[in-house]
Design a binder for this molecule. Structure first.
Ligand code: ATP
Ligand code: ATP
Lengths: 216, 216
């Protein structure tokens, strides 16, 4: 059963820790700021005040017993870097770091971070994808070549049956399921009539997916 | 054809603007800091230096001609708020704001922001979801009751045919597609043998999805 330690309980770190607790995981929260530790004390499994650049302090809380330690310190890069180096020296299995830019990411990976996240940049790119394809509700990549996307039925297809819409021939995509209000139809039949408000889950190669997005 | 203006070209704002430009959209970037404007001048369709709390300056760049304006100013809440108020007074159609906490979000919505994003909090929650279900590659919600999830085939199912795995009866989920290396099989047949490394795209009610996540 995985256990997590989160060092740095700012916006990113605290929401990470609280969400993991919500999911039933044991979380140790660490921050050097006493008011922050106090505020979260009864919301996270265990919260301690310590300076994470101090290897002895990390050892004292048995940091290596955690499968994953997240270093969620952004604006103090030196503390972030020293903490990451300390965690890897103590042989913590997986260390995930926040960073503020690519230069920091490169350095952290070089000193042994297993993964580095740039939350603000990723959030900006994510919002852009959403704004760029407003009819598209969501999408997941299936390998590097294919995607499943969820989209509102395009106006130009409303009233057509699946057979008439002819999506496989026109766009190379297959409708996996359709959600109409609360009813889900998996592998809908060819005579199913597409109705305004239907949510379609379709699968196809990424180039094909791009072409249907143009319909939206 | 939608056009976007992004006010505040920090990490969140700049990556939003650059990603929209990559997607072929016309973007106006605004920042009061000259070095930032200079650095992005040849990467964004159009970049201007101005103080976004100045309604006249906003009018001078024809801000109402943009369908969507994003206020990506975080640490200066007063500027964020005044800018949002100015944009709505000028009747900008859609205003999306960044905010640093729930209190700021409430205030911005109250003065007319159409949507408020908390990027660091959302990034923390998103990482938590990923860490919480490591066998699960990705997921999309299909309405409030169902999800499509992409998962690595659980070890306990390797070597079984789809019929033997009996996922619909055991877990209430349907396999929509399977990716093996670069081959995608949509609606795989009952005699398809699940192999180590296969990526499954399955659909089901959220409670059922939670139960198969326990297998991972
Ligand atoms: N050496 C350290 N040991 C423990 N905690 C630390 C240390 N340095 C910073 N912190 C804590 O990390 C938290 C987050 O740090 P900071 O605010 O610098 O990052 P941020 O990236 O701006 O945060 P946010 O996630 O809110 O965007 C703060 O609560 C701070 O007290
Ligand atoms: N009144 C203003 N008019 C125009 N630009 C502004 C104004 N106030 C702040 N900015 C710009 O907004 C940008 C982002 O602001 P700030 O750094 O405060 O936000 P942040 O949320 O910390 O950024 P990040 O997206 O990097 O996390 C900065 O480049 C700053 O110059």
């Amino acid at each position: 059963h995985a256990e997590f330690a989160v060092i740095g309980l700012g916006r990113f770190g605290s929401s990470l820790a609280l969400t993991l607790v919500e999911r039933g995981f044991h979380v140790l929260g660490i921050d050097r700021d006493q008011p922050i530790v106090q505020r979260l004390a009864d919301k996270i499994t265990q919260v301690v005040q310590l300076d994470s650049t101090d290897e002895e302090a990390l050892t004292a809380v048995d940091i290596t017993s955690f499968d994953t330690v997240v270093v969620a310190i952004g604006s103090n890069f030196e503390a972030n870097l020293l903490t990451t180096v300390a965690l890897k020296a103590l042989k913590v299995e997986r260390v995930i770091c926040k960073a503020l830019n690519e230069r920091q990411r490169t350095i952290l990976l070089r000193v042994g971070a297993d993964r580095v996240i740039l939350p603000e940049f990723e959030a900006g790119a994510r919002l852009a994808q959403e704004l760029a394809a407003p009819g598209m509700v969501d999408q997941i990549a299936l390998g590097s070549e294919h995607s499943i996307i969820e989209l509102r039925v395009p106006r130009s297809l409303v009233g057509q049956s699946i057979m008439e819409a002819d999506l496989r021939r026109r766009f190379g995509i297959t409708i996996l399921a359709i959600k109409r209000n609360d009813i889900l139809t998996v592998s809908p039949p060819p005579d199913y009539t597409l109705t305004n408000g239907d949510i379609l889950a379709v699968i196809g190669e990424n180039t094909c997916i791009a072409r249907i997005s143009a319909l939206l």
